[in-house]
Design a protein around this ligand. Structure first.
Ligand SMILES: Cc1cc2nc3c(=O)[nH]c(=O)nc-3n(C[C@H](O)[C@H](O)[C@H](O)COP(=O)(O)OP(=O)(O)OC[C@H]3O[C@@H](n4cnc5c(N)ncnc54)[C@H](O)[C@@H]3O)c2cc1C
Ligand SMILES: NC(=O)c1ccc[n+]([C@@H]2O[C@H](COP(=O)([O-])OP(=O)(O)OC[C@H]3O[C@@H](n4cnc5c(N)ncnc54)[C@H](OP(=O)(O)O)[C@@H]3O)[C@@H](O)[C@H]2O)c1
Length: 534
């Protein structure tokens, strides 16, 4: 998991101060509220209650809901009765992906203390998470008014400083888009691009394992269709700019937010109003809610033409997207590469475009300057000791950080052995960076390259199947202290690969399944098993 540096915790009342733990916690809550950036700071009671919950609740600091494959209803059940900030954490998608600028734990703490007012930053959690956070946020104002005497809990995080240029989504830097190159060959069902940026103008640097945040623009044809549906002109003035400009780079056009349905419900009547209201509350009256981007919502309520100003206000701010960096600053200073799978799909008769991936694949032009930032990885990077062997498991775009690791180890002369498991659909057309990887193997940098092609044969064959085949050698690398890395799909691949690791440890390390599970758990705790999954 790509963990983000937690913002500094406020320990305003030191543990040496002459207060009981409960008093200290209450006072920390009070100051957390006072120091927050929120328009309405928390009261002392609220500050304490969100941090430690109602008296007697306590919190053991465990987060059993921290599992990205668990549905939100189950996560909320596990967090039932816990302090508000813990329930807020359970509402997050549990990927610690960093897209919100925090990890799940710190984002929830920041919201609970009102240091962060944006409730819609959890991209993988989508509307479900945003709605749950809204409900929980409303509870902030209902926090109990008495000083609780429960055990103390951690203090609130400070408001996040914007910091250095290009180091956070809140303070992006300008970087020049250089070029794109298609990595798949004819016959592929995929469209994955190698993308190059020039950072020399902004002076940004990065370490392998870091991710790169980019701000993209909506497609102009799509924007113009929406303007036509509104019956507006693209020069209509909104927020001091033209409507066309605002719809292009300020607001998200997918999916349609609850607030848009609320707006529609205000300006329509009868059955239409009821439907719009239901959609705003997360119901699905016609079974099509998941397909409604902003344009589809306007088409669904086709007689309704919101005022452009109100329409824009009802939309969500366009969020940046993160990509694992696939180059090494040590190897090519001032240059940065990404490996981007293009998101395109069809719903009904209309083609839908992933915002950032298609922007990189076709809309941004070489030489154009884009807003970008480096999202520092914490808990995903090369071992400090350059002699430590590494095992990298990265099917599909999961190869991105591992290309970076290999380039970095070559540039720095690191002597540790390197083993890469790469897989994709077809060997003939989806073997990204084949020439580079084969050359690294010939040169001895890449000690082992193990491949798995899922659609070459009749039966699916995945990286974890290859890992099982070479389980004995994999175990011997582990026993010799190798670090293991997994990158790529969070929902299925990462879980399945971890399961294979457990089986390999059990079989070749002569352990029971329970012991193998603890062994893998220990590897994680020691930072010897790291994940960057999305
Ligand atoms: C830390 C991190 C690292 C990442 N690294 C990489 C990387 O190296 N390479 C890479 O390619 N991506 C990477 N991603 C994913 C990347 O950030 C974006 O999520 C991805 O490119 C899609 O963004 P988009 O703006 O193109 O699509 P969006 O506009 O965000 O659209 C994507 C959404 O479209 C919907 N959708 C997609 N396909 C379908 C379908 N078939 N049917 C219906 N709905 C669908 C889903 O709701 C999906 O969430 C990473 C993510 C994180 C968090
Ligand atoms: N947020 C987004 O919208 C977005 C954007 C880009 C990518 N993604 C997701 O990110 C992930 C990475 O995409 P990608 O293009 O890099 O490649 P990918 O779709 O993950 O495919 C890479 C390889 O992994 C295989 N695979 C499928 N299920 C697996 C499993 N359970 N265990 C191991 N391997 C498995 C695939 O095989 P088969 O396909 O033949 O089964 C394929 O050979 C995907 O889940 C993709 O949907 C999401």
């Amino acid at each position: 998991m790509n963990q983000i540096t937690p913002p500094p915790k406020i320990e305003i009342i030191p543990s040496s101060a002459p207060f009981s733990e409960a008093q200290r916690s209450w006072l920390n809550g009070f100051f957390a509220g006072l120091l927050s950036d929120a328009p309405t700071p928390l009261s002392a009671e609220q500050g304490a209650a969100v941090m430690q919950g109602p008296a007697g609740d306590g919190d053991d600091g465990e987060a059993p809901w921290h599992d990205q494959t668990m549905p939100i209803a189950d996560r909320m059940k596990l967090a039932d009765g816990r302090p508000l900030r813990r329930r807020m954490m359970a509402a997050m998608a549990q990927q610690d992906c960093g897209q919100c600028g925090y990890n799940c734990h710190d984002y929830s703490d920041a919201i609970a203390t009102k240091a962060e007012g944006r409730l819609n930053l959890c991209v993988p959690g989508g509307k479900e998470t945003a709605r749950m956070l809204k409900t929980l946020y409303e509870e902030l104002d209902k926090a109990p008014a008495s000083v609780p005497d429960a055990a103390a809990t951690p203090a609130a995080p400070a408001p996040i400083p914007i910091g250095e240029l290009g180091r956070s989504r809140d303070n992006p830097a300008p970087a020049t888009f250089l070029s794109r190159r298609l990595l798949n060959k004819d016959g592929s069902e995929k469209e994955t691009w190698h993308i190059d940026f020039d950072l020399s103008g902004c002076g940004l640097d990065y370490e392998v394992g870091d991710s790169f945040g980019i701000f993209a623009r909506n497609e102009l044809g799509h924007v113009d269709q929406i303007i036509a549906l509104l019956g507006a002109s693209h020069t209509t003035a909104v927020r001091g700019r033209t409507l066309r400009e605002v719809l292009t780079d300020e607001v998200s056009l997918a999916p349609a937010p609850d607030s848009l349905f609320e707006l529609i419900s205000f300006i329509t009547g009868g059955a239409q109003r009821e439907k719009a209201r239901a959609l705003a509350q997360g119901d699905d009256p016609d079974g099509d809610a998941a397909t409604l981007d902003v344009m589809a919502a306007l088409q669904k309520f086709s007689g309704v033409r919101p005022h452009p100003e109100a329409f824009v206000e009802a939309l969500e701010t366009l969020q940046p997207r993160l990509y694992s960096i696939s180059s090494s600053h040590n190897a090519t200073p001032g240059k940065l590469s990404l490996t981007v799978d293009c998101v395109r799909y069809v719903i009904g008769k209309r083609k839908r475009l992933g915002l950032a991936s298609t922007f990189l694949a076709e809309r941004v032009q070489p030489g154009e300057v884009m807003k970008v930032y480096v999202q520092k990885a914490h808990g995903f990077g090369l071992p400090q000791d350059a002699k430590t062997p590494i095992i990298m498991i990265g099917p599909g775009t999961g190869i991105a950080p591992f290309r970076a690791f290999l380039l970095d180890r070559r540039a720095t002369g690191a002597t540790g052995r390197n083993w890469l498991f790469f897989g994709h659909q077809r060997s003939s057309c989806d073997f990204f960076y084949a020439d580079e990887l084969n050359a690294m193997k010939t040169a001895g940098l890449l000690t082992r390259l193990s491949l798995a092609w899922s659609r070459d044969g009749d039966k699916k064959f995945y990286v974890q199947d290859r890992m099982r085949e070479v389980g004995r050698e994999l175990w011997s690398w582990l026993a010799e202290g190798a670090h293991v890395y997994i990158c790529g799909d969070a929902k299925r691949m990462a879980k399945d690969v971890e399961r294979a690791l457990v089986d390999i440890v059990a079989q070749h390390g002569a352990r029971s399944t329970d012991e193998a599970v603890s062994f893998i758990g220990e590897l994680k705790k020691k930072g010897r098993l790291q994940q960057d999954v999305y």
